[in-house]
Design a protein around this ligand. Structure first.
Ligand SMILES: [Zn+2]
Ligand SMILES: [Zn+2]
Length: 487
């Protein structure tokens, strides 16, 4: 038993007026005490947090932590301003690697390069001639390979230099599946460390190729105790049998109803600007009915990636038709473009939008990327956090890391400071989507997501409330133990 003392505590939607203490035993909060502690507790070990601000441990409800960890060890192309800089970064990495080591590069956003284009394959070959190179676009929905990598994948049946859809998946998963168990575990160790540095106690994470394989799900399931933060696993595939065999209570993640707005594959009801394309529905209604019904029959919580209104409606219609949606808390991952009518339909289905405030931060606003792709009018009905909550729908927050940065404070601030003021959350609502609501999504509302007796002693501790400019992460406490302390 010990005392975590001298902390302002986030309780009932606000900080306590005075610093408090928490009595903790075996990772569980026993009691909230004043600070200084009453006489009878003074003989217990006390950890003094010097009047810092403690939230319930933040939970990111949607990450791709494997890719995030793996690529963090690779080349980050977000800093490149033009093609020459992309090639320089790749070339530098090439020089560091031994022959046959795969080079992973990520965060390429061709729209922010001066040339406004992807590099060509000959350009990639000039930088990385004799090792496999996988280069992913920032949204993960397109990728490129150099010629050396291309030759490795026998059944890649296309001349297209930029791979999208099924070809993108095939290339990515081919190179992911070449990794040893040690390299996979290393990737998760890196993401656990980055998660703590980002202020999180728990990360929901997707494992699987989004087709029929749950890849290394069992490896991570069997090693969960090794990691300093908590991973909550999603077998990201269509393989219900594999999920059940692995003991999973859910299935899915970014199994795709549609693609992304960046790749113009998100399925929208009206065409993209300056285009006749309405994006792509990757599966038929019948396919989803069959899959979601079957998964529900086995009491699996279902999570499906849907970004455009046409895709959200397709999945929500299936959810709406089955009572299991409310009971199993089926998820609409991203749920970006929703008009008022669609929001009413989601309120009826009782599905849970798992949303990304960083999407609005990065791509929202009248001059933003979404407005350029879809027009200003539609950009105003995207990422509608406040309206969804107002309609009685529970939403949760996630980063979709590696797609956007992993950073609790940044995400919470993005939810508060939405480009569209009507969709911005109050501070308390923004905290909820990373704590209370996130715990609820994992059926743990009785034991996590709040600072309360009998709840897990997970805390994200900052120097000031997170919305303050000067606020800094000080500690992350997981089950009563400090797992991260700022230097
Ligand atoms: Zn995702
Ligand atoms: Zn997704």
């Amino acid at each position: 038993m010990k005392v975590l003392s001298n902390l302002y505590l986030w309780v009932n939607d606000r900080f306590t007026a005075e610093p408090q203490s928490l009595l903790e035993e075996k990772g569980i909060i026993i009691e909230q005490l004043p600070y200084p502690v009453p006489e009878q507790y003074k003989q217990l070990y006390q950890q003094d947090f010097a009047g810092a601000y403690a939230y319930p441990g933040f939970i990111d409800t949607h990450t791709h932590s494997f890719e995030g960890g793996l690529y963090s060890l690779g080349v980050d192309l977000s800093i490149a301003k033009n093609i020459a800089e992309v090639l320089e970064l790749l070339s530098a990495e090439n020089a560091k690697k031994t022959k046959d080591e795969i080079i992973f590069a990520w965060q390429l956003d061709e729209t922010s390069l001066i040339e406004k284009r992807f590099p060509t394959v000959p350009e990639l070959d000039s930088a990385v001639p004799d090792k496999p190179l996988l280069l992913r676009r920032i949204d993960g929905h397109s990728c490129m390979l150099n010629s050396f990598a291309r030759k490795r994948i026998e059944d890649l049946d296309t001349d297209r230099e930029i791979l999208r859809g099924a070809e993108n998946d095939k290339a990515v998963h081919y190179f992911h599946s070449c990794l040893t168990d040690d390299r996979i575990l290393e990737a998760y160790q890196v993401s656990a460390k980055l998660g703590l540095q980002a202020g999180f106690c728990s990360l929901h994470t997707m494992i699987g190729n989004a087709q029929n394989s749950i890849t290394h799900y069992e490896l991570i399931r069997d090693n969960l105790d090794q990691f300093p933060l908590r991973f909550i696993l999603y077998p990201q595939s269509f393989n219900i049998k594999a999920a059940l065999n692995a003991g999973a209570k859910r299935i899915g993640g970014c199994i795709l109803a549609d693609g992304s707005i960046g790749s113009e594959t998100a399925a929208v009801a009206e065409p993209y600007l300056n285009s006749t394309s309405r994006g792509v529905l990757y599966q038929s209604d019948e396919f989803w009915q069959q899959f979601i019904n079957e998964a529900s029959k086995h009491n699996l919580q279902v999570a499906v990636h849907c970004i455009g209104d046409r895709a959200i409606r397709q999945i929500n219609n299936v959810y709406k038709a089955i009572p299991a949606t409310e009971e199993l808390r089926h998820e609409l991952i991203h749920c970006e473009l929703t008009d008022d009518a669609l929001i009413q339909e989601i309120a009826i289905s009782k599905a849970v939008p798992v949303m990304q405030p960083n999407f609005d931060l990065l791509w929202g606003g009248e001059n933003g990327f979404y407005a350029k792709k879809l027009g200003i009018k539609r950009s105003r009905i995207m990422n509608r956090f406040a309206t969804l909550l107002k309609a009685g729908i529970t939403i949760t927050g996630g980063s979709d890391w590696y797609v956007t940065p992993l950073n609790a404070a940044q995400s919470i601030k993005a939810a508060i400071n939405h480009h569209n003021p009507q969709e911005g959350l109050t501070i308390a609502q923004a905290i909820d989507i990373y704590t209370k609501n996130a715990a609820w999504l994992n059926f743990e509302e009785h034991c996590a997501g709040q600072i309360k007796p009998s709840y897990v002693a997970d805390l994200s501790i900052y120097s000031q409330p997170v919305e303050k400019e000067t606020s800094q992460l000080c500690y992350v406490v997981r089950k009563g133990e400090i797992k991260y302390a700022a230097q």
